[in-house]
Design a protein around this ligand. Structure first.
Ligand SMILES: *Cc1c(COP(=O)(O)O)cnc(C)c1O
Length: 328
């Protein structure tokens, strides 16, 4: 599959410039003091639709031919990608079908239907949802736009890397939430092209870290999908992964895994110290710093990836719950 390099990411940045927000990078006084080096937060949870996935989805939709746009787009998604694709498709006047597993929270489903997309809820895993996507591609000729393993999607997410280096030219360490690896693959390609000495650190939850298990095995493997506070990091990387496994293996320097309690502490820090409401998946960079799990050469940029958390769950976490079980 086609390589995603700097030129592809710069082209994506031009293509999506009028359709997505250029999000701020802000220095965190409390984290800088805590870690002892300058720490900045890339506030991508303030992206329209509440997560960075709008960048990749918009780049993919704007890259379609007229004929493809008419047939419509389809994806399996743990939530934020589906929401982003629905938004991008609506703007482009294309039909959009989103397939989800039963593990996806109701607030994320509602957000997708509110954007005018058709929803199909199937099975207990990302893989079950993916089989329904394959069927719609086969029977209705729809165009699949997967959440991470696609060059246009990776290039779109990579535009965040360009913005990070623009804002913090001497960045040494970039902390990136890691699931299927579309985000970190694009960000790593962009950051390393502009600043080769920067280290890229992926952060996942211990409960079901599919990319970490795959890197350890040397090839894509399946892991059991478990409920986690970082629900946007759930799901596999695909046994037939074509792009992101290879890019992550080649470009990412280290992967750190977090417990549920560490993720909860990251969400509380974001709320009380930074005054930001973020979802579990988005808090993992902050959480890794607080837990002392990254040897962070500075300046550090932690990418804050989304804010689509159920507010009743968020309230219980900030009140002190350390897991989904404690918050129930
Ligand atoms: C999708 C998502 C991630 C992980 O992105 P991948 O490209 O799958 O690694 C992280 N944070 C949020 C909020 C997400 O929606």
């Amino acid at each position: 599959m086609e390589e995603v390099g700097l030129a592809t990411i710069e082209a994506a940045a031009r293509r999506i410039a009028g359709s997505v927000r250029h999000t701020p990078v802000e220095r965190s006084a409390s984290l800088s003091e805590r870690v002892g080096v300058p720490v900045h937060l890339k506030l991508e949870h303030r992206q329209e639709t509440g997560a960075f996935k709008l960048r990749g989805a918009t780049n993919a939709v704007l890259s379609l031919s007229d004929a493809e746009r008419k047939r419509g787009v389809v994806a399996a998604s743990t939530g934020n990608h589906g929401r982003a694709l629905a938004h991008a498709a609506k703007k482009a006047g294309a039909r959009c079908v989103v397939c989800l597993s039963n593990l996806v929270p109701a607030n994320k489903r509602d957000a997708i239907t509110a954007l005018g997309a058709e929803l199909c809820v199937v099975g207990r895993s990302q893989d079950d949802a993916q089989r329904e996507v394959d069927r719609l591609v086969e029977t209705e000729g729809m165009v699949p736009v997967p959440p991470f393993d696609h060059p246009a999607v990776v290039a779109g997410q990579g535009t965040i890397g360009l913005e990070i280096v623009e804002s913090v030219p001497d960045v040494e360490t970039v902390l990136v939430p890691l699931s299927g690896g579309g985000l970190i693959a694009g960000v790593a390609a962009a950051v390393k092209a502009r600043r080769p000495r920067a280290r890229i650190v992926g952060v996942s939850m211990r409960r079901g870290a599919a990319m970490q298990a795959s890197l350890a095995a040397g090839h894509p493997v399946e892991v059991e999908e478990l409920a986690t506070l970082a629900d946007s990091l759930g799901g596999g990387i695909g046994l037939d992964n074509r792009l992101t496994f290879r890019m992550v293996r080649d470009l990412v320097d280290e992967v750190v895994l977090l417990t549920e309690a560490e993720i909860a502490a990251g969400m509380r820090h974001a709320y009380f110290e930074e005054r930001e409401i973020v979802e579990g998946a988005a808090a993992v960079g902050i959480a890794a710093l607080i837990a002392g799990k990254v040897a962070a050469g500075g300046p550090v940029v932690a990418l804050v990836s989304g804010r689509n958390v159920a507010m009743d769950l968020h309230a219980r976490i900030v009140a002190g719950a350390n897991s989904l079980e404690e918050a129930a």
